[in-house]
Design a protein around this ligand. Structure first.
Ligand code: PLP
Ligand code: COI
Length: 365
């Protein structure tokens, strides 16, 4: 497989015939929500066996032509990432840990038998779309530019084997809050379905994992909850993660527990960052298995005082209520907890350039 450094892959900017008008853009940016609006541009880089990565373009965002036999449409050979660009306190723009997304993208690529994209090209491509769409930052509280890099198998071939042609694409979407409800804390539905099993693709960020989570997610929504919670495949007992977020449990003694990375959950970059920030505060963080039953008991006894979910899209979101076939329980007051608020504020201040960045996570553009 050819490797190629970013400086040897030239990004060609294609002319845009009709970018959004300033008025149309302002209307979107005033109330962006999550995932429904898109910027003017996209990045596309092609890969084929023999040529490796080639033809990098910054193109007008629009439909892509795919052969109906493209492998992604049949065998779901697809991976993606999610990261954000933030407007800084000083008016500049910064990315948060894009190299971590590049590394996880390649881990996903390896698991899905796809070509690796050199990390410097991934980061350069992200920088290119942010520069092209720099007018798309929502000026609203918590606003950011959400970036969605992904890779699809484009080879027209119906035999079951890794494809020989791919496209890497990045689209961008102005983002506000992930949760529409705007509730101070979210409510979870404990699913009877399984998201991932040992040896499967749970640690990869591939579309197939999310496809399998849609029935349980629809069930959660139909019952009035915000997110689905998955337990482990073998015993249906141990807490894994939510449909699109990792989970943390805050104990009364100030220590924190989060499920370990055993290969069935996504190794969240927000998760890793919060573990570091909590340890900076002198808190004990244990990456260990925690069962649904223990969670309920600890909540009842007062041993557990807070639970929060985290992810790029969701940032840090308190969990207020947990419901399943066996009943429900409320965490703390059912609203945001103190430590949850403190860790969120620490993280957001670093991301927005309002606090020192001791771990070197912020990449100013
Ligand atoms: N778990 C799942 C299933 C996710 O989709 C996400 C979101 O990307 C996360 C966890 C959190 O990961 P990150 O913090 O890297 O966004
Ligand atoms: C993200 O947080 O970036 C994700 O990919 C989660 C997704 C479910 C919106």
């Amino acid at each position: 497989m050819a490797t190629i450094a970013a400086e040897r892959l030239t990004f060609t900017r294609l002319p845009h015939p009709a970018p959004a008008s300033a008025d149309a853009r302002a209307a979107v940016l005033a109330n962006p929500g999550f995932g429904s609006h898109f910027t003017d541009h996209m990045i596309v880089i092609d890969w084929s066996e023999g040529r490796g990565w080639h033809d990098a373009v910054i193109a007008p965002r629009g439909p892509i032509a795919l052969d109906p036999a493209a492998a992604v449409l049949h065998y779901a050979q697809e991976i993606f990432e999610g990261l954000k660009a933030y407007r800084q306190a000083d008016g500049g723009i910064a990315l948060f840990r894009p190299e971590a997304n590049a590394a996880r993208f390649n881990a996903s690529a390896t698991r899905l038998a796809m070509p690796r994209l050199p990390e410097d090209i991934f980061v350069e491509a992200v920088k290119q779309i942010v520069a092209a769409d720099k007018d798309w930052f929502p000026p609203v509280e918590g606003g950011s530019l959400y970036l969605r890099p992904f890779m699809i198998a484009t080879e027209a071939f119906l035999g079951v084997r890794p494809a020989k042609e791919y496209k890497f694409i990045i689209i961008a979407s102005p983002a506000g809050n992930y949760f529409k409800s705007g509730a101070p804390a979210v409510s979870l539905w404990v699913s009877e379905y399984t998201r991932a099993a040992p040896g499967g693709t749970g640690a990869a960020k591939c579309g197939g994992n999310y496809a399998a989570s849609l029935v349980p997610t629809a069930e959660a929504f139909a019952r009035g909850h915000d997110q689905v919670l998955f337990l482990d495949a073998a015993e249906h007992k141990w807490i894994e993660e939510l449909g699109g977020m990792n989970l943390f449990f805050v104990m009364a003694d100030g220590s924190i527990v989060t499920p370990p990375l055993t290969g069935t959950i996504l190794p969240g970059i927000t998760r890793e960052s919060l573990i570091a920030l909590a340890r900076d505060e002198g808190l004990t963080v244990r990456e260990e298995r925690y069962s649904l039953g223990q969670w309920r008991d600890d909540t009842t006894s007062g041993q557990l005082v807070e639970t929060f979910a985290c992810g790029t899209a969701a940032v840090v979101t308190p969990v207020g209520k947990v419901c399943g076939e066996d009943g429900e329980f409320t965490i703390g007051s059912g609203g945001p907890g103190q430590l949850t608020g403190k860790l969120k504020a620490r993280l957001v201040a670093i991301q927005r350039g309002e606090a020192p960045d001791p771990h070197g996570w912020v990449m100013k553009l």
